[in-house]
Design a protein around this ligand. Structure first.
Ligand SMILES: C=C(O[C@@H]1C=C(C(=O)O)C=C[C@H]1O)C(=O)O
Length: 94
């Protein structure tokens, strides 16, 4: 039982590391989008784009057997942080 638990926890640790690295890459991209938006006086949030992303992610979640409501909550949580960053970038360029 111990060996099995250790094996599973090792995999969980690897997956958590991958999630952190992927999120870091995503935030690098969204920071650049924030700079572009600030330069062109575009609003920090784009609700139409968000609606498309959420619909897409819910479909992906369903086919991956992940709860779509959880996937939506997670994406909304991440997007809220991105919008906060974009507001900070815009404030700095005004
Ligand atoms: C990154 C953008 O800015 C915001 C953040 C988004 C995201 O984190 O995916 C999506 C839409 C916008 O509300 C964007 O407009 O593409």
């Amino acid at each position: 039982m111990r060996a099995e638990l250790t094996r599973l926890r090792d995999s969980i640790d690897n997956i958590d590391a991958a999630v952190v690295h992927m999120l870091a890459e995503r935030f690098k991209c969204t920071q650049q989008v924030g700079v572009l938006k600030a330069e062109h006086q575009l609003p920090p949030a784009d609700p139409a784009r968000e609606a498309r992303q959420i619909a897409r992610l819910r479909e992906l979640a369903e086919s991956a057997k992940l709860d779509p409501a959880f996937a939506e909550k997670l994406l909304n949580f991440i997007i809220a942080e991105v919008i906060r960053h974009h507001e900070t970038i815009a404030d700095g360029t005004r």
